[in-house]
Design a protein around this ligand. Structure first.
Ligand code: 76R
Length: 276
């Protein structure tokens, strides 16, 4: 909620706003603060993080960025863009002016995908054609029921995700190519759908090892999607991204921005980690 009641919330018809924020710590500025100032700065950030996390339908991941591309990262998911904007300004200033320098940021929204597999497609292509199961048999019905349950969960997760505290977080922005014969947006829907089907198959093999969240950013930021991957082992991040490069949809159409790797940490450890 905004402090000024005349400012209306800006909540999308469905889904949430998502901000990825990456900051570098200005250690020269920080070293000029005395112990008392440093303590109160850290308390301010800690209190702010608690306040953000106490906001309805709002999640905030805090992580240390590996490599000097940045030091501290936040991933904020919240319905109202007014809140997202307010929290983002507060986070930037929380340790005092000039301490956190923006290194990279990304605005996107959670979204459904128009290529999600339907139960009919799964029944036809996967159960009948690939697995050779007969409709009406117990095996077929059970497999279809499992699929429907999984998809309900998957759709809910895409729009209203609750992300686990798995240690490794990978973020990168991406777009689909729009060049000559490889213009994703000039392909007919059926062709795009077929290509995305192959992509989903590769992705599903990482179930339980990779938690992926694809958020849309056309019109909101410089690329078309933000890709967030959570993992317990960085090998799974490396191998899913590698394997997908062979997938026709990534091989022909994928264009990628910078990659950021972070480690989710509680704030007290995060402060120690980045030497604050
Ligand atoms: O089962 C289904 O039908 C859902 C399938 C699915 C869609 C629609 C899916 C599954 N993704 C979808 C959409 Mn994905 N994804 C990426 C990347 O690095 C790269 O090459 C690409 C980055 C990864 C790593 C990944 C992982 N996916 C999308 C879209 C949006 C396209 C659109 O809507 O126009 C993008 C940009 C994208 C990119 N994908 C999966 C994964 C994984 C792990 C899965 C399986 C999820 C699961 O079933 O649990």
């Amino acid at each position: 909620m905004s402090d000024d009641p005349s400012i209306s919330p800006l909540v999308p018809r469905e889904g949430w706003h998502v901000l990825h924020l990456f900051y570098a710590v200005d250690h020269a500025q920080w070293s000029m603060q005395d112990d008392e100032e440093r303590r109160s700065a850290k308390t301010r950030l800690t209190t702010l993080v608690q306040e953000i996390r106490a906001t309805k339908d709002t999640h905030l991941l805090t992580f240390a960025v590996v490599t000097p591309k940045a030091d501290i990262g936040f991933m904020l998911l919240t319905p109202d863009l007014q809140d997202a904007n307010r929290f983002e300004k507060q986070l930037s200033l929380s340790l005092g002016p000039g301490i956190l320098d923006a290194a990279y940021s990304y605005l996107s929204q959670t979204e459904r995908s128009e290529y999600t597999t339907t139960a009919e497609q799964y029944a036809e292509q996967t159960l009948k054609e690939e697995k050779g199961l007969e409709p009406g048999t117990a095996e077929f019905d059970q497999a279809l029921e499992e699929f429907e349950e999984r998809m309900e969960h998957y759709l809910q997760h895409r729009l209203y995700p609750v992300l686990p505290d798995w240690p490794a977080i990978c973020f990168y922005p991406m777009s689909k190519r729009r060049q000559g014969g490889d213009n994703w947006y000039s392909l007919p829907f059926d062709e795009r759908k077929r290509l995305m089907g192959g992509h989903a198959r590769t992705g599903r093999a990482y179930s339980g090892r990779i938690l992926q969240l694809i958020t849309g950013s056309t019109g909101l930021d410089d690329w078309e999607w933000g890709v967030t991957l959570l993992a317990k082992d960085t090998i799974d991040i490396k191998s899913i991204v590698y394997e997908m490069r062979f997938d026709e949809v990534s091989a022909r159409f994928g264009e990628f921005g910078e990659f950021y790797i972070g480690l989710q940490l509680p704030l007290a450890e995060l402060f120690r980690r980045v030497c604050l």
